[in-house]
Write a protein that binds this ligand. Structure first.
Ligand SMILES: Nc1nc2c(c(=O)[nH]1)N[C@H]1C(S)=C(S)[C@@H](COP(=O)(O)OP(=O)(O)OC[C@H]3O[C@@H](n4cnc5c(=O)[nH]c(N)nc54)[C@H](O)[C@@H]3O)O[C@H]1N2
Ligand SMILES: Nc1nc2c(c(=O)[nH]1)N[C@H]1C(S)=C(S)[C@@H](COP(=O)(O)OP(=O)(O)OC[C@H]3O[C@@H](n4cnc5c(=O)[nH]c(N)nc54)[C@H](O)[C@@H]3O)O[C@H]1N2
Ligand code: SF4
Ligand SMILES: [Mo]
Length: 717
């Protein structure tokens, strides 16, 4: 029996787990009590790492389509097939004819995080899409314009704050997002134990709302109005107090002018919150030393996602809470953090190109995934004819999923890097699987940049992998896309990726000695990082290295041209009239659809693990008793839910936890399609809520899909 100490790569919390192994069998997974960050915390998903590792349906060989069927093939055959089909397609139709979609796990996977960019660059397409445009892009957008870099995102200093105003997030279930914080429940209890308050704004009395001191059931999609009203009160009541931030901030007066029409009275009906409650929330926020405002997916995937994301940090600034202990602070990760060295003052640019069909602007090098189907289905110069998916399941996770499935069915060629034959990869001509989390090394390059405490933890692979590490697969594809054929020298390409990493980190390649692959890159990033750490230091610390609580970082973390926090960026100000226009409009009574997460789900892809799906069907439409009665629906009855984009049939769950006027359906379900290989998931299919999500509804600035606040009609089947 051996015990491996690993960092769980499944969600953003980065828990340390102790995995017991009997040869290559996983016999147990526990929280690692000695982990410097998570201290023994574990959730049901982490506990299922063994089930994931041993899942008989997980792919262990490539699949290649022959005569219409996906059949097992050798790695050489699979790469040969890509080399036979992709380069001629690029030669004939150009690089933009190949689209790429990178999904959520590509951020949690060291291979795709470090080597994905090489492939994306070699393909060189403008049709680059990721899950960010169904997720957090509005936050990158507002942070990029306010602080100078889209990854300069402040996180609530959970362990020291005395007042947390949390909107559109349910970290007790999601375990935190854009806020890496293992054991959120423990950390929130800590706030209450030291006499602080937690205020939750959510159309649903979520688990987080249940433990909070106060819950406000807002009408979906109206957070920007509420936040603006809080700003309005700070100005009218003379509560704006930047404190030590004052010399570092521009645009305060402009924000005050913009906030004028958004009085508590003006937003009360639409938000569903009483004006005097809104006033009280603003006053209590201003009075609490220190406080943090935090918004997540309920505030980003909505029609005013960027405005809401911006206003969250406007409030943090106006109350003097940005960059102070207990407020909203900037982490300083040990490796790979672009803002670790004082800013270069190059303004962050958006809208450098636009999508062909709908003219939607690029941000962070990507286009809104809500328009991927348009680009595939609309003929003409520049039409997308091939697709590469990397750790993504857009057929379940992106809006108007029915139309996307139709589009994928008509592609000339598709490659999926995926560990399952699922709703998306079933459309591929070649599927290339990767190792399980236990068969690969891990270092969380992305998420330590968003952690509520500065930590670093290296995980070596616990088990040998029967399939190539995905960085090698990515580099073989990079070779094909770069015109080097299917047997390019992977080690030479690895050297080129490392050289680029060394250049960016400002260190000499030789400091990494004879290391190769991700180990070499992490070594380079650590050596170029702010703590003078080496990979050997981390190898000697299997439970992680604690680098201390977050420390103030202004003005050094800023990279705006002015060197200041830009509180009133022109692009964002230009979108305020769209929000103000709502103030004059009557509120209609139509039901709106929102989403929710569940402890045992990981977006769309861990439903093939028996321990996570057993028990009652969790894919239900939650309705308030008043709405259910009006519609003639009872608990357990089947309903038809219809939107502009599509319809689904789904069992109803009547609960007073949900606000009247709102329907909640979780995403990631809908495993009832042909041609997949996932017996357990197929037996627990649920329905695909993204058949309802409307691909024409976007946050105007960032192009992020509206997944919360979709107008729907509900009736009994
Ligand atoms: N309606 C609605 N839709 C939503 C959301 C919502 O709240 N409501 N949330 C959105 C959000 S926040 C997100 S992040 C997206 C997620 O959207 P996606 O990223 O498209 O979906 P996932 O379900 O995370 O799919 C991950 C895929 O990666 C594969 N995979 C897992 N691990 C590995 C690996 O190590 N290597 C490889 N090669 N593949 C792997 C899985 O088999 C699966 O196919 O969904 C979004 N969609
Ligand atoms: N167990 C589990 N954990 C996960 C995931 C998972 O699928 N399962 N997915 C991971 C991913 S990819 C992400 S991005 C994170 C997301 O992490 P969170 O942002 O915490 O996501 P949710 O748990 O969906 O919580 C969103 C909350 O927003 C509320 N909401 C909906 N619409 C609105 C609105 O208009 N305004 C307000 N104020 N609230 C609204 C919903 O009712 C819900 O309670 O979770 C991650 N963690
Ligand atoms: S909370 Fe996230 S990181 Fe922690 S065990 Fe669960 S899935 Fe893994
Ligand atoms: Mo996400």
């Amino acid at each position: 029996m051996a015990t491996a100490h690993v960092t769980c790569p499944l969600c953003e919390a980065t828990c340390g787990l102790a995995v017991t192994l009997d040869d290559s069998r996983v016999t147990g997974v526990r929280g690692d009590a000695a982990d410097v960050f998570s201290g023994g915390y574990i959730c049901p998903k982490g506990a299922s790492l063994g089930a994931l590792h041993h899942d008989p349906d997980r792919l262990r060989t490539p699949l290649v389509r022959r005569d219409g069927e996906l059949v097992e093939a050798s790695w050489d055959e699979a790469f040969a097939e890509v080399a036979r089909r992709l380069p001629p397609l690029i030669a004939e139709h150009g690089r933009d004819a190949v689209a790429i979609y990178a999904g959520n796990p590509s951020v949690h996977n060291i291979s795709t995080a470090l080597y994905g960019p090489a492939l994306f660059k070699a393909v060189g397409t403008k049709n680059f899409y990721t899950a960010s445009t169904v997720d957090q892009l509005p936050k990158h957008y507002s942070a990029g314009l306010m602080f100078g870099h889209p990854l300069t995102i402040p996180v609530p200093d959970l362990d020291r704050t005395q007042h947390l105003l949390l909107l559109g997030a349910n970290p007790l279930v999601s375990n935190g997002s854009l806020m890496t914080a293992p054991d959120v429940r423990g950390r929130l209890r800590g706030i209450q134990a030291r006499g602080g308050r937690i205020v939750v704004v959510d159309p649903k009395r979520s688990r987080t709302a249940e433990m909070a001191d106060e819950h406000h059931a807002i009408r979906p999609g109206t957070d920007a109005l509420l936040l603006f009203a809080l700003v309005n009160v700070l100005f009218t009541d003379g509560l704006v107090n930047l404190g030590e931030l004052a010399p570092h901030v521009a645009g305060v007066a402009e924000v005050g002018v913009l906030a004028t029409p958004f009085t508590p009275e003006a937003v009360a009906e639409r938000t569903g919150l009483a004006a005097d409650e809104i006033r009280r929330l603003a006053r209590e926020l201003a009075a609490a030393p220190p406080a943090a405002v935090y918004g997540r997916i309920g505030t980003t995937t909505q029609a005013f996602g960027t405005l809401a994301s911006w206003l969250v940090d406007v409030l943090n600034v106006l109350t003097g809470n940005l960059d102070r202990p207990g407020g909203a602070m900037f982490p300083l990760a040990a490796a790979g953090q672009p803002n670790a060295r004082p800013g270069k003052g190059r303004p962050w640019k958006v809208g450098r190109w636009h999508s062909r069909v709908r003219g939607l602007p690029e941000a962070m090098g990507e286009l809104p995934v809500a328009t991927l189907a348009d680009e595939i289905l609309t003929p003409g110069e520049g039409q997308v004819r091939a697709l590469v998916t990397v750790c993504g399941n857009p057929c379940l996770s992106t809006p108007n999923a029915g139309r996307l499935a139709e589009a994928l069915g008509g592609l000339d060629f598709m490659v999926s890097l995926d560990v399952y034959l699922n709703e998306t990869s079933r459309h591929a001509d070649v599927i290339l699987p990767g190792p399980t989390p236990l068969e690969r090394p891990h270092y969380d390059v992305a998420l330590y940049q968003l952690a509520v405490r500065n930590v670093a933890n290296w995980t070596p692979a616990a088990l040998e992998s029967p399939v190539p590490q995905e960085w090698r697969t990515l580099l073989r594809l990079t070779g094909i896309a770069a015109g080097l054929g299917d047997s390019a020298d992977v080690d030479a390409l690895d050297g080129m990726v490392a050289a680029e990493a060394a250049r960016r980190a400002g260190v000499d390649m030789s400091v990494a000695g004879d290391r190769t692959g991700p180990e070499r890159i992490i070594e380079l990033l650590l050596r170029g990082g702010p703590y003078n750490l080496t990979l050997a230091d981390l190898e000697a610390a299997p439970h992680g290295v604690d680098l201390g609580p977050l420390a103030p970082r202004l003005p050094g973390a800023l990279s705006t041209t002015s060197g200041l926090v830009e509180l009133a960026p022109a692009r964002i100000m230009a979108d305020v009239p769209r929000l103000a226009a709502l103030l004059g409009e009557p509120v209609d009574g139509r039901l709106v659809l929102i989403g929710r997460r569940q402890l045992g789900s990981n977006n769309s892809w861990m439903h093939n693990l028996e321990p996570l799906v057993r028990g009652q069907n969790r894919c239900t439409a939650q309705l308030n008793p008043a709405d259910a009665a009006r519609l003639g629906l009872t608990d357990g009855a089947r309903a038809v839910v219809r939107s502009r984009a599509g319809k689904v049939e789904i069992p109803v769950e009547v609960t007073d936890a949900i606000r009247p006027g709102v329907v909640s359906i979780p995403h990631g379900w809908g495993h009832d399609v042909d041609g997949t290989r996932a017996a357990v998931a197929t037996a627990h299919p649920g329905v695909n809520t993204n058949l309802l999500a409307d691909d024409t509804l976007l946050d105007a600035l960032s192009g992020t899909a509206v997944l919360n606040g979709i107008p729907v009609d509900v009736e009994p089947v």
